[in-house]
Structures are given as C-alpha cells and as structure tokens.
Design a protein around this ligand. Sequence first.
Ligand SMILES: [Zn+2]
Length: 543
Amino acid sequence: MPLDDLVLGLQRALDRLVRRLRLGPPPSPGRRRLLIVQIDGLSRSVLEEAIARGRAPFLARLIHRRGYLMTPMCVGLPTSTPAFQLAAMYGVRPDIPGFHYHDKRRQTDVYFPRGGDAAHVERTQAAGRRGIVNGGGTYGCVFTGGAASNLMTFAMMKRPTGAGLIRAASNLVVNAWVLVKGTIASTVEVVRVLLRTIADPVSAASGNWKWLAIKLGISVWLRELFTLAAARDIYAGVPAIYVNYLDYDVAGHAWGPRHRRALRALRRVDASILRLWRVLRRVPEYRYDLYVLSDHGQAASLPYLKVTGGRPIEQSLFEDFFDPEGVRAVSTPERKHGGLATGIEALRAQRAPGFFQRFVNYLEQDFPWVLGGTRSVRERGGIRVIAAGPNAFVYFLETAEPWTLERIEERYPALAARISASPGIGIVLVRSANGPLCFWRGARYGLDTLAAGPFAKRPDLERVVEGIRDLMAMPSAGDLVIYGIDAPQGNVSFVAEVGAHAGPSTDEMQTFMIHSRAVTVPTPITHPVQLYPHFARYQVDAA
Ligand SMILES: [Zn+2]
C-alpha cells in the first residue's frame, strides 16, 4: 500500500535522524538476516487448496514466479504452538504436552496465556541455549526466542514494559498510522455488521457480533501492528524477526479450517506478507532470508457436548469411570479475572503493565478458543482432569511420577479400553512397562501394531509413532492422554470449537515451510527441532 510506504519512509527518516543525533552508525550490511513469518494453524493441504483456488495469491507468486520452494514439514506431537516454538527456537524436545496441562512435580497447572507460565517454561526448558531470535523481535509468539523486542508474546505478557513497548512507543509515526488505519477499518467493519444485522436481525445477530470482535481485535489491529512493527525492524536491519499471524488459526477454530471466513483471514495474512516482501526488496543490502511456515494445522471437528447431549468430558469421566457412585463432581474454577473494563481501569490507574494480560483474560472469558482452549479443570478424589482442545489429560495426583497402565488398572480394571470405547473418544494413550500403548475402539495396540488399528491408512505412520513416543515421554503428559480425534462420530474436541488441533491427524501434523531456493533446508523435516540448527546459523553469523 503506497500510504504505508510513505509512513514507513517517514519513520525511517526520523530513525536516521535520531541515530545521527545519538545512536551512532546504522547496522552493517553484509551478514544474512532472518525473517520468519508463521501462519498459525495452517495445514499443508489447506494451503495447497488455497493456492490452487487463488486464496493466497502472493504465496502462489513466491512459489510459481519467484523460485521459492514449499518443503513439507511434520511438526510432531502435540500439534500445538508452544511445543512447536520451543523446539524451533531452542532445538529441544520440550515437556509441553498441550496448551493447558498439569505439572505433577510442581503441583500446578500450566496455561500459556496466563502471565508467567510461558516465561517459566521458556526459562526452565531452553537448556541454556541461545534462541534463534536473539537480539531481534518476536510478535504474537508464545516465547521470546531471546528477542529483545516482544509484542503480544505470551512469555512477556506480564511485563510488556520491556524493550518491545519502549520501541513501540518510540515509533511515533508508525503507531499513529496504525491507529488511523485501525480506526478506519474498525469503523467500516462495525457499519457493515450493523447493516447486516438490520437486514436480517435474527440469524445475523450472534454470529456477526462474535466474528466482529475477533476480526477487530486480531485481524485488524494485531495484524496491522505486527506487520508495521516487523517492517520497521526490517528497515532497522534487526538480525532476526519472528512474526506469528494468528488470524487464520482463530477463524479456523471458530468456523472450521476450510470455512470461507478462515480462507478470507488467510487472504489477509497473505496480503500482509506481500507488504513485508516489498519492504525486504527495498533493503537488499541487509540480505534477509524469508521463511513462511506453519506450526501445526487443524482438523475439522465436532464439539464433544454435541455428542453427549451437553455433558462435558470431565463429567463423563468422573460419572462413568472414576466415581460412578459419588456425589456430583465439584468443578474447581480458577481465579476470575476482571475483563476489559478492569483492564482499562488499571491503565487509568497507572497499573498499565497488566494491561495486555487483562486483554488476554478478557478474550479468554468470552472467546476461549481464540487462545487455543478453555480453562476447563475438574478435580476430585485425587484425580485431576484437564480438557485442552481435542485432547484431555487425566492425572492421578498421589505421586509426582507418571502412572503406568499396570498401576492404573490395579485400581480401575480395563479403564483405558473402556474409555476408548465410549462415545466421542478417539484414542487413549497410556504409558506401560513396555513403552507407550494406544487404545482405540476398546482394543489395545502397541506402537509396533498401530498400522493394524487407528493409523492403518497413514503413509506417515513413522511420524505418528515418533510423535506418540515423544508425547508419552513428557513427564507432564497426563497419566491418561485422551484424544477426540478419530472418534466414531468424526474428530471431536472437548472444547466448543469446530476446528481443533493438538492431535495426530494428517492435517494437524503435516505443514510446510516456504523458503528461497538459494537456502538449503533439512529434508525431510520430521520435527521442528531440526529447524533450530538451520535458524541458529543466522546467530553464529552475528558473532
Ligand atoms: Zn489454535
């Protein structure tokens, strides 16, 4: 967009002036720099369909006319953003079994959008390694990857007063422009929904307003902010940038991965990548390498409540398996948060550091799937159940170490087989003395016999086996790991969403990385851990 260019040009001139006055020389050209654009939640098959149908015209152009390659990538298990990003940013196989889980050793839940949780995981699991975004900028990520500048990155949500905010605040011109554009776009969207609601008040009402809130928050304001922040970093020659566009994933959860609204969100992300591309072309001396990748895909899914007529998974498990005689299970609600109004009040009261966190909490209350899952937890009689998406974890809290099947079934005979045969359930994973086991439709499979059962038709069976082995080796994975993926009713999610991920379906596990033909990437990419040495080379260059 020519106006964007004008604004970025103005900001650049201003930066140059400021640098001349106090900051010294501009960054040296020559070294190669890293720009990673993540399209959250986009499977390879949806991208291929979108390209074929003209829904991602810029990515199509990169591949067909600019000599870029699309390398297939398998992302391992769980198919979840924090697991992907920790592996890619630090080169470790993380102990992150889902977006929301329990840590028996610390006796606490880990829930990524909660302030401090992401930062703790990053601090304790990065193995003292240098992150691939060290000295750079991350936007919309779960972890910082070592970046000095972070906006809407979970690990920095609690204290966004760091360099990210200062840098954002110093970008006066860019910020003012985001404000103008965001306001105009928001007004247009509000008017559109108003007109639609007037035309068809009954059917339009709820869906339209819900969608409007997401579109404004994530697809207008955040995308705009991320794009301009990244563009600004490129002009400044920042050594590494990792920007994560959330739009498509959020729309996919709400409407389904192939719904027209999700594809429209993808189209807008595609346009943002084009804008970044144009900026890259203007500073060839900085030698940025562009990578466009996805952290996981989504499976079209059916909410579990629809299968059971309104009974959540935690309730089913307690009533049917753990405590059939017991009194009504008592849910243990987590601390309630104040929502947006409180956030604004806090901002007024100069307690601004909590503001981003409060925005997240506000989103979480009304749009839990925006953040990848609800905080749905029940505990009674020493058993804690956490539903995080198409996955639910059962923890026996008596001991800190994981329970094997042998130990579980001493108390609850044939438990895993019985759960796997109940409505809305796909597979149940459990550890045993002889390694992980998988239960499906009431029958038991070892990792060597999966081809005879739930994964009979998978050409990437080896990846599924490796993923299950990784997942069940994580100390924080539940003593039972229950998936709604591949239930008799279809793919089922334990939260209210129609696009889901965390599980082993092909669309969830198989994604892509688009990159220049001039760079040599590891092939095949069977796990994001392989990306680390490749991206870390840009850091070695820096030293
Ligand atoms: Zn998601």
